[in-house]
Ligand binder design. Structure first.
Ligand code: UDX
Length: 459
C-alpha cells in the first residue's frame, strides 16, 4: 500500500514580533488544513518553540558562523535604525537552509516567506525546485504606496520636505505627504533598495498571502493585483480563523496576565483606555512625560504598556514624575507587556491608543474598539490615515501634538464619542470582518483557493 505523504510547508518569518505573530497565525491556518509546518528562523531573536509545539523549528545561523553575530552590536540590536537592521538581516540570513529541509521527508509544497526577505530567498528556493509564496504583514494600501515610490521620487514628493507635509498626494488619495510610509534612517538609499526588492520579489513569487480582507481594502487590493500580476490571497484577519490549536502556554517572562485580568474585571464596561505602541516604536522622554500627565488628567482608567527600553535613554519607568505611580492610585496600570488580543476583547476596554501597526489595527477592528492614532514610522502613517479618514474608526493624535492638554482632549473625546459615531462605525467594520470569515465569505473562499493553489505546486 502506498504510504500517505504529509504535505509540508516551510515558513520563513522576519524575526520581529509584528512579523512573527502573523506568520505563526498563518502557520496555524495551514496546520488546520492538514499541512505540517516547519518554521525556519534566524538565530537572531529566536522564539521559544515550546510556545508553539505543533510546529517544527529550525535555526538558521548567520553567514559568518563562528564569528560574533553582526546583529548583536549595540547600535542595531536596540532597534534604533530599522533600515540598517533589516539590511543586515538580508545580508546575513537570506539563504535559508532549504536544501536540507526539502530532503527531510514529507512533501514540501512551498516556502512561505516574509515579503521583506525579497528576491534572494525565492531564487534559492527556485534553484532547488520549491515554489515561493510571499506573506505581507501590513495592509494593501501601504503596498500600493511602496509600488509608487519611484514615481513619488520623480515627482518630488520623496524625500519628504517639511514644507509639503499637509499636501495631498494626488496619485495616492487620501494620503498626504506626511503619511508616506518612510522610516527615519541614516541610509535612505538602503530603504529604497529594501522596498524595491520586496516589490520585485512579490512579482516573482507564486502569489501573495495578505492579512487583510476584501471589504476593508477592496480598491487597494485591485490596485496591487494589477501591479503585481500574481494571484493574491487576502484571507485575513488571520487570528480570527478557527484553528484546532490548543491555547498558547502563558509566557512567564511577560506580564502577569491574571493580575491584569483581575484589574480589568473591576472596571466599568468600555471605560478603559488601552495604550500600546507595539513591539518596536520608541518615544522620547518628554513625550513619555506628556503621555503620563495627559492620561492622569483625563481621569479615565488606563492600561499602559511601556516596554523596557521604549523610552529613549531610559531603562523603564525611572523618568516618570516623582510620586506619579502613587498619585494615579487605582486609576491606571503600567505594565511591560500584555496579551493584546485578550485585552482588546475585554468588555472594559473602550478605546485603543495605538501606533497603528497593522496587527494592532486589524486586532482593534476585529474587537470593534475605536482608536486614537499616533503613527510612528513606515506603514503606521498610512494605516492611521485610513483609520481616521476612510474607515472612520479613530481620531488622530500626531506626535508633533503630544502635549498633555491635547492628549487629555483627544482621549476624552474618543471615550465620550462612545455610543455615537466611532464605536458604531467600528462595530460595522467588525461585522464585515466576521462576514468575510463566514463560510461563504471572501476570506474563507480565498483560503480554499490558497490551499488548492499550494497543493497544485506539488508534483
Ligand atoms: C511592525 C509594524 O508596525 C507593522 O505595521 C508591520 O506590519 C509589522 O511590524 P509592530 O510595530 O510591533 O509591528 O506593531 P503591530 O503590527 O501592531 O504588532 C504588534 C504585535 O504585538 C501585535 O500582534 C500585538 O497583539 C502584539 N502585542 C503588542 C502584544 O501582544 N502585547 C503588547 O503589549 C503589545
Amino acid at each position: 500500500m502506498e504510504e500517505r505523504k504529509v504535505k509540508r510547508i516551510i515558513m520563513f518569518p522576519l524575526p520581529f514580533t509584528g512579523h512573527f505573530n502573523p506568520m505563526i497565525e498563518l502557520a496555524g491556518i495551514f496546520h488546520n488544513r492538514g499541512f505540517s509546518v516547519t518554521i525556519l528562523h534566524t538565530s537572531f531573536n529566536f522564539p521559544d518553540p515550546s510556545r508553539h509545539p505543533q510546529f517544527t523549528f529550525r535555526t538558521i545561523t548567520h553567514k559568518n558562523e563562528g564569528e560574533e553575530d553582526p546583529l548583536s552590536q549595540s547600535e542595531t540590536s536596540s532597534g534604533k535604525d530599522l533600515v540598517v537592521l533589516i539590511s543586515l538581516l538580508k545580508q546575513y540570513y537570506t539563504e535559508p537552509s532549504l536544501a536540507e529541509e526539502v530532503g527531510e521527508g514529507g512533501t514540501v509544497c512551498c516556502l512561505v516567506s516574509d515579503a521583506l526577505w525579497g528576491r534572494n530567498t525565492e531564487i534559492v528556493a527556485k534553484e532547488i525546485g520549491v515554489c515561493t509564496m510571499v506573506m505581507r504583514t501590513s495592509g494593501a494600501a501601504t503596498f500600493c504606496a511602496y509600488t509608487a515610490f519611484p514615481l513619488l521620487i520623480d515627482k518630488g514628493y520623496l524625500p519628504i520636505q517639511g514644507s509639503r507635509l499637509d499636501e495631498l498626494v494626488t496619485e495616492l488619495p487620501p494620503l498626504k505627504v506626511k503619511d508616506l510610509p518612510v522610516i527615519k534612517t541614516k541610509e535612505p538609499e538602503g530603504l529604497n533598495r529594501i522596498l524595491n526588492d520586496m516589490v520585485e520579489g512579490a512579482k516573482l513569487s507564486s502569489g501573495v498571502v495578505w492579512n487583510t480582507f476584501e471589504d476593508l481594502e477592496r480598491h487597494s487590493l485591485m490596485d496591487c493585483r494589477s501591479k503585481l500580476q500574481v494571484p493574491l490571497f487576502p484571507i485575513g484577519p488571520f487570528h480570527k480563523h478557527r484553528t484546532d490549536l490548543p491555547p498558547k502556554p502563558k509566557n512567564k517572562d511577560k506580564d502577569d496576565d491574571e493580575i491584569l485580568t483581575d484589574w480589568l474585571n473591576k472596571q466599568a464596561p468600555q471605560s478603559v483606555v488601552y495604550v500600546s505602541f507595539g513591539s518596536l516604536a520608541a518615544i522620547e522622554e518628554n513625550e513619555f512625560f506628556e503621555i503620563a500627565w495627559g492620561l492622569r488628567n483625563s481621569e479615565l482608567p488606563f492600561l499602559w504598556v511601556v516596554r523596557p527600553g521604549m523610552v529613549r535613554g531610559t531603562e523603564w519607568l525611572e523618568s516618570l514624575p516623582c510620586g506619579f505611580l502613587e498619585n494615579i492610585g487605582h486609576q491606571g496600570k503600567i505594565v511591560k507587556w500584555v496579551n493584546q488580543l485578550e485585552t482588546l476583547a475585554h468588555p472594559a476596554v473602550g478605546a485603543f491608543w495605538t501606533h497603528c501597526g497593522w496587527n494592532s489595527t486589524i486586532e482593534s477592528i476585529c474587537e470593534g474598539v475605536p482608536m486614537i492614532c499616533t503613527p510612528c514610522f513606515s506603514d503606521q502613517h498610512v494605516n492611521a490615515r485610513y483609520i481616521v479618514d476612510v474607515w472612520r474608526v479613530g481620531m488622530m493624535l500626531e506626535r508633533c501634538k503630544m502635549e498633555r492638554t491635547e492628549i487629555e482632549k483627544v482621549v476624552t473625546s474618543v471615550m465620550m464619542e462612545n455610543g455615537a459615531g466611532l464605536t458604531e462605525m467600528c462595530l460595522e467594520l467588525k461585522e464585515k470582518a466576521n462576514v468575510c470569515l463566514s463560510e461563504d465569505g471572501s476570506s474563507s473562499k480565498y483560503l480554499d483557493k490558497l490551499v488548492s493553489h499550494v497543493l497544485s505546486f506539488d508534483s
